[in-house]
Ligand binder design. Sequence first.
Ligand SMILES: Cc1cc2nc3c(=O)[nH]c(=O)nc-3n(C[C@H](O)[C@H](O)[C@H](O)COP(=O)(O)OP(=O)(O)OC[C@H]3O[C@@H](n4cnc5c(N)ncnc54)[C@H](O)[C@@H]3O)c2cc1C
Length: 468
Amino acid sequence: MPTPPSPTTISIPDLRAAVHGTVIAPDDPGYDEARTVFIGGIDRRPAVIVRVADATDVGTVIGLARETGLDLAVRSGGHSSVGHCVVEGGIVLDLADMKALDIDVEGRTAWAETGLTAAEFSTAAWSHGLAIGFGDTGSVGIGGITTGGGVGYLVRKFGLTIDDLLAAEVVTADGELLRVDADHHRDLFWAIRGGGGNFGVATRFQYRLREIPAFVGGMLMLPATAEVVAGFIAAAEAAPEGLSTIANVMPCPPMPFVAEEHHGKLIILALLAHAGETEAAGQEALAPFRDLAPPLADMLKPMPYPEIYPPDDESYHPLAITKTMFVEQIDLPVAKTIIEHLEASDAAMRVAQLRVLGGAMARVPADATAFAHRGSRIMVNVATFYEGPDDKGRRTAWVNGLASALQQDDYGAYVNFLGDEGEDRIRAAYPGSTWDRLAEIKARYDPTNLFRLNQNIPPAGGAQGADR
Ligand SMILES: Cc1cc2nc3c(=O)[nH]c(=O)nc-3n(C[C@H](O)[C@H](O)[C@H](O)COP(=O)(O)OP(=O)(O)OC[C@H]3O[C@@H](n4cnc5c(N)ncnc54)[C@H](O)[C@@H]3O)c2cc1C
C-alpha cells in the first residue's frame, strides 16, 4: 500500500481546533471509508478530509487551500463520474454532515444544506406531498446535481432541478459567504445553475417545491427489439408532459422476477414517472408503453414519489466507461444501430440509456441559466462496465463506437455526465456565448482557479494558479 502523503503544510491539531466539524487524517480510523467515492477504480489519498459542520468551516477550509496551495476537492454526495470529489495529497471539503432541511410547507419552499442526498431531500419533502426533480439515483448529492443542472424523473413536468432553484448560499474563493438569487449576485446565480462547482461551495439551496396530487410510475421491462425501442421513443415523445421516461436498453440482469430464459437477452429496463392530478391520468399516459410488447415485468403503480428511486447499495462501486450526448431522433434505423452495437459486446453490463426531454425544461430560454441545452430532444448515455486494465481499451472503443454511430447534429453534452474528456467536451457542455460568460464570471469570483477539480472553466484572461 502506498505511503499516505504527509500533511507537512497542514497542522492537523490546529485544523481540529479551528473547525466545528470533523477532521480525518490518513492515520485516523474511518479514513479509507471517507476517501471512497461512488465510482470504482479511484484510489486517491488526500492529506486531509474535513467534514465541515457549517459555512464558517467551509470558509476555513477554503482559506487553508488558498494558504497551502494544496488542491481542493469539494464533495457533496460523492457521485462524480470522474472522482472530482477526492484528490491525491490535497484537501477534501466534505459536506456530508451538513444535512439541515427547513421546509416551508405553506410557502412551498425549502432551504436545504448541500450534504443532503436527492433521496433524503425527496423523502422529507414528500411527507408534505411536495417534490422537485433531481436525477434517477437517490444517493446522488444535491450539491453536485444542482450545480450541474439536474435531469430526472420530473424533467418534462417541472424542468431541471435548477429550474426550481430560488436562491443559494455560496462561499467563494476568498472565503466570503454570499447569498445569490435573482436580486443578489445575479451573475453568480446564473453561473451556478449549470456551471458546476467552478464558482464556490454552495452550502445551502432554496428550492421551490411542487405539489404532486397523484404520482404513478415505476419500472417496466420490455423485450428490446429495434421496433420496440423506436416505438418506446415515439410514445415518450407523444406522451403528455406529466410523463418523463428513462429507457435503459441493456442485457437483462438475472433478476429473480424475470424468467431465466430472458436473462442476458436485450431488454428495455424503463423507468416511467407520471406526475399529475389523478391516478387515472397516470394510468392512461402509461398504457401505450404497456402495449408496445408483452412486458417481462410490470411494476408500474401509484406510489409515493421517492419510491421511484432504486434501493441504494453502499458497497456498489462499478468500474464504468460512459459517454453522454444528445440526439434529435431515434427512429427505426437508429434503434437498429443501438441493438446491433449492444449485441456485438460481451461486457457483463452495457447500456444505451435514452431520455426523451422537452416539456417544461425546453420552455426556459437557453441563456436563462448556464445549462444551454434547452432545445435538445433526447439525451443518450452510452455506458459499459469493464473488469480492469486488460479489457478497458476494448470497452472504451465499444462506447466510442456506439456514440459515434449515434452522433447526429446536436454536439452538446450535459456536464454532469461528462467523463474526463478534455476541454473540447467541456466546451460542448457550454456552447456559444455560455462559455465566455462563465469564464468572465469565473475571473471575478475565482481568479486563481482555486476551484479547479471539476469540469473546469478557466478564468477569462488566464488563471494565475491554474497550473499549481
Ligand atoms: C449512479 C449515478 C446516477 C446519476 N444519475 C443522474 C441523473 O439521473 N441526472 C443527472 O442530472 N445527473 C445524474 N448523475 C450525475 C450527477 O448529477 C453528478 O455526478 C453530480 O456531480 C453528483 O453530485 P454529488 O454531489 O453526488 O457528487 P460529488 O462527487 O460529491 O460532487 C461532484 C462535483 O460537484 C461539485 N459540487 C458538489 N457539491 C457542491 C457544492 N455543495 N457546491 C459547489 N459545488 C459542488 C464539485 O465540483 C464536485 O467535485 C448520476 C451520477 C451517478 C454516479
